[in-house]
Ligand binder design. Sequence first.
Ligand code: SAM
Length: 314
Amino acid sequence: MDKKDQLKKIYEIPFWRQKIELEPGVFTPGSSVFPELWEIMKLPEKLNGLSFLDVGANDGLFSFLAEEKGAEKVVAVDIYSNSADSSTMTDGWSSKCIETVKKYKNSNIQIRSNSLYDLEHWKEKFDIVFCSNVIIWLNDIFKAHKVLSEMTNSTLIIREDILLNTRGAQLRFSNLHKKNPTQGHLIGNKDYYRDVLKKFGFNSITFFDIREDLIWSEYSKNHPVYTIKKGAFIFESFDSQDSATELENEKKIRMSAKINDRIYFRGVGWVKTSDLNEIQPIYTSKFRMNLKNLLKRISFKPYEANYIIIARKN
Ligand SMILES: C[S@@+](CC[C@H](N)C(=O)[O-])C[C@H]1O[C@@H](n2cnc3c(N)ncnc32)[C@H](O)[C@@H]1O
């Protein structure tokens, strides 16, 4: 299959979460996590010769980036299943996305379908274990930290929402009566992370607030909102020139990708750049100022924030 057909297949997959760069300027249609995040999260510049485990890897963004940064062995693990409803994230994730990107990039990453809890049965350790926004979905965060620690040779990098108060771990949304292992929503604070990670053998634990407000404003520059002109044609499939819908009213929509003179919109199709009116970033600095003022007025104290926690063994 040539690159064009592969790209067509990528655009036919109905649900993508992550925006992954396939080649310069060409991205998967995902809209929630994006390649710039590696730098924004201040992750290591180079991983030459290291092994990297991406737990809850989803569409594989961080695994492919780790490979590009020189990691020698990269394993992406998630509760992958082809029948999964990827819109809920609770009963598994479709492996179609990561599989097609792997093929497109001729990547050597290994894709494995396992729950985080199953990793304790693997007889492997990794130089870097990375786990981004997964633990909060689990019902046993203590066990999750134990397993992740046991898999780590040197550095464990966790990205997670943590509580900003001084009380301990808290059950946020209790669905524990369900058997589903990904419905717990427990959340810890800094003390909890310090204690538990020390207990599991880490002697340096640092926290880094990744300022999601800045990330999302950065992100919106890359995913601007366009107004599509009334009367514009939306072409529904990747390379179709004929199965087009004529737009009855002006429509505002967020871009997924730009390839040559085509702008792709997730779940919608593509239009010619000449049919676009204007670009509007979603979170403008004005919007952020208004939000700040509003929060000041209602004296809102942030309750939790998204952090990178870097834990190192000697
Ligand atoms: C919010 S997404 C985060 C994805 C990715 N790490 C990121 O930062 O973009 C949560 C991911 O955790 C996965 N997940 C949920 N429960 C899991 C479990 N028990 N073991 C492994 N992965 C799990 C989901 O399938 C989903 O891909």
